[in-house]
Design a protein around this ligand. Structure first.
Ligand code: OSB
Ligand code: MG
Length: 385
């Protein structure tokens, strides 16, 4: 049989890996609860714990596929309860349904764009299948989709503390090997923040890349004022400076600071949206966990590349299992050249693997996970076939 669920329909894995017959034998689904070191303050919520699901699939030959399904409260449309329900429903359909091939796009289907709303349950199951296929072929999941893979990826150090910590934190990160920093702005007075950015530039020198993220905090006038004030600090780009995304080209025209889409991508679901009309667009910040559809994620990577916009893969405070998958995808997209946004593990007290998906010397490893690497001591088994 051919296995179609809505989101699987649009994924094209590269020809050497297509049509691999799969037969699932068992599935286990665990729920983890991991405390944050400090309450995580996000734009519309504050979190004390991260909760999510870890899925382990085993095929008839003993290969495993491992993935994580972790909707982020206030960002994901789905909750952990709906994700759990939808995942178990999918698993019920798949287990015991005999041999199938997955991830072959069918010309009869319209691909992901016609496949209905993205679902984190689908995303989690397709990720586990991708991980299973990768293990069968002894390749990285990213290589199945994008062709190549690097053994490590550079990470942008994430600075989310208060203004007085910016310079010491930046210095600590640069000493630790980070070559790109991402600073969260738009939280207090924008003039003070602009000065803080200038101070960071002075202290880290000209060779460190600086990215900013304003999470849509400003009106056009405030953003332009900020942009002009940091003009000499050589900012690589600023994510989502404006409340109104449509005004972004005017922001760029007025101050010359390049910008990136993050939240805006989750509002525009039209896959054909033209990025060409956005003068000044430097990057797409792509969070597969929030996009919740591998095919749409691939489409966005391709669209970015076609428009000379950088695809920057980024995490959403997943546990180690999810982060390792993201690092593997990143290693196949930007390789060792483009720093990606995976510096979120340090916010958690513990994780889901024996050794954490740590950043070392500014890089994260893309090494594949095996069941031996899992640490499920913070998990509860919820479902097993
Ligand atoms: O605003 O970019 C954000 C994580 C979860 C939700 C929103 C955001 C983030 C990050 C991830 O900042 C880290 C990064 O992109 O470097
Ligand atoms: Mg952002």
């Amino acid at each position: 049989m051919e296995f179609y669920t809505p989101n699987f329909a649009g994924i094209t894995i590269l020809p050497p890996f297509q049509d691999t017959p799969l037969e699932l034998k068992s599935a286990s689904l665990y729920k983890y609860t991991l405390p944050f070191k400090q309450p995580l303050v996000l734009k519309h919520t504050t979190l004390h714990n991260r909760e999510g699901l870890v899925l382990v699939l085993t095929d008839a030959n003993g290969h495993v596929g491992i993935s994580e399904i972790s909707p982020l409260p206030a960002f994901s449309r789905e909750t952990i309860e709906t994700a759990l329900l939808n995942t178990t429903m999918l698993l019920e359909k798949m287990i015991g349904s005999g041999k199938f091939t997955a991830h072959c796009s069918s010309p009869r289907r319209g691909g992901w764009a016609e496949s209905g709303a993205p679902s984190i349950a689908h995303y989690g199951v397709e990720t586990a299948i991708l991980s299973l296929l990768a293990n069968i072929h002894d390749e990285s999941p990213g290589a199945l989709l994008f062709g190549s893979a690097s053994h490590q990826v550079p990470i942008n150090g994430l600075i989310r503390g208060s203004l007085s910590d910016w310079v010491p934190e930046s210095e600590r990160m640069v000493t630790g090997g980070y070559q790109t920093l991402k600073i969260k702005v738009g939280r207090i007075n924008s003039i003070l923040e602009a000065r803080g950015i200038q101070d960071i530039r002075k202290s880290v020198g000209p060779d460190i890349k600086l990215r900013l993220d304003a999470n849509r905090s400003w009106d056009l006038a405030t953003a332009i004022e900020f942009g002009k004030a940091v003009e000499s600090a050589d900012i690589e780009y600023i994510e989502e400076p404006l409340i109104e995304a449509a005004e972004l080209p005017r922001f760029f025209d007025a101050c010359g600071v390049l910008f990136a889409f993050d939240e805006t991508l989750h509002q525009i679901m039209d896959p054909t949206i033209s990025f060409e009309s956005y003068t000044g667009l430097r990057a797409l910040v792509l969070k597969p966990t929030l996009i919740a559809c591998t095919a749409r994620f691939i489409a966005l990577v391709n669209q970015a590349r076609e428009n000379n916009v950088q695809p920057i893969l980024s995490s959403s405070y997943e546990s180690d299992v999810g982060l390792i998958h993201l690092a593997q995808l990143a290693g196949s997209i930007g390789g060792q050249k483009i720093a990606v946004g995976l510096d979120t593990r340090s916010a958690l007290t513990s994780g889901t693997t024996r050794s954490p998906a740590a950043v070392q010397n500014g890089y994260m490893s893309t090494k594949a996970l095996t069941t031996k690497d899992l640490d499920l001591s913070h998990c509860e088994l919820l479902y097993q076939t």
